[in-house]
Design a binder for this molecule. Structure first.
Ligand SMILES: Nc1ncnc2c1ncn2[C@@H]1O[C@H](COP(=O)(O)OP(=O)(O)OP(=O)(O)O)[C@@H](O)[C@H]1O
Ligand SMILES: [Mg+2]
Length: 246
């Protein structure tokens, strides 16, 4: 397909999405390689979360294609994409109600990841440990505060055994110390070979993990490349003008 990186793990080719008259994605080309971590920045309403929804299969594009390992997955649903190895942590955490933290992650490992009983339990234990949730394993998910809900969101996605993890503002509201822990967790995932696409407004946290940054505004990619040059780009500064992110 023209304009698509053939070596990409996950790619968007000319993705378009509108809600009524509002054009939210206006021909987005984006790709992440298997060994890569890419950050996405951009002002509120730029279309960042919508792009992740199209990658995860929870929404369908009005034009363009989503490719995973070169195969067209545009018409596959979210469950099928999860089984392929695409997992997502939502911007607004959505724990399963009436379940403990352990059970929430177990659903990820068994339903999403296809792990059988003993494997699933082992996977849950590993993931809870990695995400610092072991002491809360038996707590009801609904009783968690925002920080731990976000960790649970990451843990549940991770339990599915993804090849690419899509993270949506999991760092918002963290203290400096918590942000350091988060960076360590994501670095460990990279060491394990998981590709990362991470939307985050807190750029100084993001750049500790990603080697490439993509800036979006009004449904388009306005700059991409090494993080330092992207954050100095005139169009990016202009898009953020009046906000606290730069
Ligand atoms: N389901 C929907 N129906 C109608 N409009 C929507 C829907 N989802 C998103 N939008 C609109 O699309 C635009 C892009 O939204 P999106 O959530 O992708 O932005 P974002 O870059 O993630 O912003 P933020 O930084 O605030 O999370 C916004 O104007 C939003 O109001
Ligand atoms: Mg968003």
């Amino acid at each position: 397909m023209p304009g698509v990186d053939g070596t990409a793990l996950l790619a968007a080719a000319g993705l378009k999405k509108r809600f009524g008259a509002l054009v939210v994605l206006d021909g987005v080309n984006f790709s992440v390689r298997a060994d890569e971590a890419v950050g996405i920045v951009g002002p509120n309403g730029a279309g960042k979360t919508t792009l992740l929804s199209l990658f995860a299969g929870s929404q369908r594009p009005d034009g363009g294609r989503v490719l995973f390992r070169g195969a067209d997955v545009t018409s596959s649903g979210a469950a099928a994409r999860c089984r392929l190895g695409i997992a997502r942590a939502h911007q607004v955490p959505k724990p399963f109600g009436g379940m403990t933290v352990f059970e929430n992650v177990l659903v990820g490992a068994s339903t999403g990841g296809g792990h059988r009983r003993r494997d699933a339990y082992r996977r849950v234990t590993e993931v809870l440990d990695l995400c610092g949730l072991t002491p809360l394993a038996n707590r009801s998910a609904e009783s968690l505060g925002l920080l731990h809900r976000k960790r649970l969101e990451v843990a549940r996605a991770l339990a599915t055994g993804p090849q690419v993890l899509l993270l949506d503002e999991i760092g918002a509201g963290l203290t400096d110390e918590e942000a350091v822990q988060l960076v360590e967790t994501i670095r460990e995932l990279r060491r394990q070979g998981v590709a990362i696409v991470w939307i985050e407004h807190i750029v100084h946290v993001l750049v500790q993990v990603v080697e490439r940054l993509v800036a979006m505004d009004s449904g388009r990619i306005i700059a991409e490349g090494d993080p330092e040059s992207v954050m100095k780009d005139a169009a990016v500064i202009d898009a953020y003008l009046g906000t606290a992110a730069v």
